[in-house]
Design a protein around this ligand. Structure first.
Ligand code: TPP
Ligand code: MG
Length: 371
């Protein structure tokens, strides 16, 4: 009896190892910008490849400007994005306009490239209600601060698409830390059970604030968590825009074809602090680790790849940088022109029909604000 149990334990361990071995990392472009996996190469035109690079360069500038604006007190909440451009932008690039993005707090670039005016992203950062007033036809929610909550909402949006027969997907993002939350499991499980057209992205940037990935879970990969939900999971090199694009595009096709959700783990790194609210990464990350990841930089490898094809140049890049700076300046001007937020604004947008208790307070504040 005892030995029988021992064998069963051995088998369970073997079964786990067999599962874990399946989760190899998909890479198409190596650190030198060379194609190492021709078979997985996505079908993108030269113009599309250039556009993806343009967006990555633009977003790196947006990150630098946002950090400095935050330091000047001209932006509020900001979670830096440098290092994560391939993971964020190549996954958004694989979507269609009708697809719906449910972002986390670091995922502002994806919703901006999906159509949210930059001035509104700035207003969201400032906590201004106009930042959350998403224009008609822009299929995004404002970024979620509660870790993992967007995973459950995504299952719901995707199920809505399915029930209405809408050929669109709902995509969401969380971090490595987010995969420890109950909402993460509830979201992928529910979407799996109902074959909802969802794409769940885990941006594994190796740290949840200061908690390293190894302390987060005993699982060898985060993508393997898909197995328990009965859905496909894949690990991709998150510093490789082509791998991220290919994996997301394939997930989208499966979802649209009624085959249900996919979980994608992108291996990536944030170069900056967790947020601009006082985090100091030198207290939990070594310079060696930073250097190791900076060598994998998505812009560097994609630039090399495009230059080799004669599709990118220094002049082109300078042009993009200048355009980004100009547009950021203009968007900031627009954000500055928004009316000062009043307490009555917050009350009046909260309810269609205001409760009596609030109505009384509303009148008090209206009176105060009129002075
Ligand atoms: C439910 C919940 N618990 C805790 C927090 C505080 N918090 C904010 S960010 C963060 C770490 C998240 O790390 P990860 O998911 O890896 O995302 P990253 O910031 O690295 O992109 C925590 C614990 C929160 N916002 N929500
Ligand atoms: Mg993280």
């Amino acid at each position: 009896m005892a030995s029988k149990l021992k064998n069963a334990q051995l088998d369970a361990k073997k079964a786990l190892e067999a599962v874990e071995e399946q989760f190899q990392t998909l890479q198409i472009l190596n650190e030198q910008g060379e194609v190492v996996n021709e078979a997985a190469m996505p079908n993108l035109t030269d113009e599309q490849l250039q556009e993806l690079m343009r967006r990555m360069v633009y977003t790196r500038i947006l990150d630098q400007r946002s950090i400095s604006l935050n330091r000047q007190g001209r932006l509020g909440f900001y979670a830096p994005t440098a290092g994560q451009e391939a993971s964020q932008l190549a996954s958004q690039f694989a979507l269609e306009t009708e697809d719906f993005i449910l972002p986390g707090y670091r995922d502002v670039p994806q919703i901006v490239w999906h159509g949210l005016p930059l001035s509104q992203a700035f207003l969201w950062s400032r906590g201004h209600f106009q930042g959350m007033n998403i224009p008609e036809g822009v299929n995004v929610l404002h970024p979620q601060i509660i870790i993992g909550a967007q995973y459950v909402q995504t299952a719901g949006v995707a199920l809505g698409f399915k029930k209405r027969g809408t050929k669109a997907v709902a995509i969401t993002y969380t971090g490595d830390g987010g995969t420890s939350q109950g909402d993460f499991y509830e979201g992928i499980n529910f979407a799996g059970a109902y074959k909802a057209p969802a794409i769940f992205v885990i941006q594994n940037n190796q740290f949840a604030i200061s908690t390293p990935r190894e302390k987060q879970t005993a699982a060898k990969t985060l993508a393997q968590k898909a197995v328990a939900a009965g859905i496909p999971g894949i690990v991709v090199d998150g510093m490789d825009p082509l791998a991220v694009y290919a994996a997301t595009r394939e997930a989208r096709e499966r979802a649209i074809n009624g085959e249900g959700p996919t979980l994608i783990e992108t291996l990536t790194y944030r170069y900056g602090p967790h947020t601009m609210a006082g985090d100091d990464p030198t207290r939990y990350r070594t310079a060696d680790l930073d250097n190791e990841w900076e060598k994998k930089d998505p812009l560097v490898r994609f630039r090399k790849f495009l230059e080799n094809k004669g599709l990118w140049s220094e002049e082109k890049e300078t042009e993009v940088i200048e355009q980004a700076k100009e547009e950021i300046k203009e968007a900031l001007k627009q954000a500055d022109a928004a009316p000062k937020q009043k307490v009555t604004d917050l009350m009046s947008i909260m309810y269609e029909e205001m409760p009596q208790t609030l109505k009384e307070q509303y009148e008090i504040y209206k009176e105060k604000e009129s002075k």
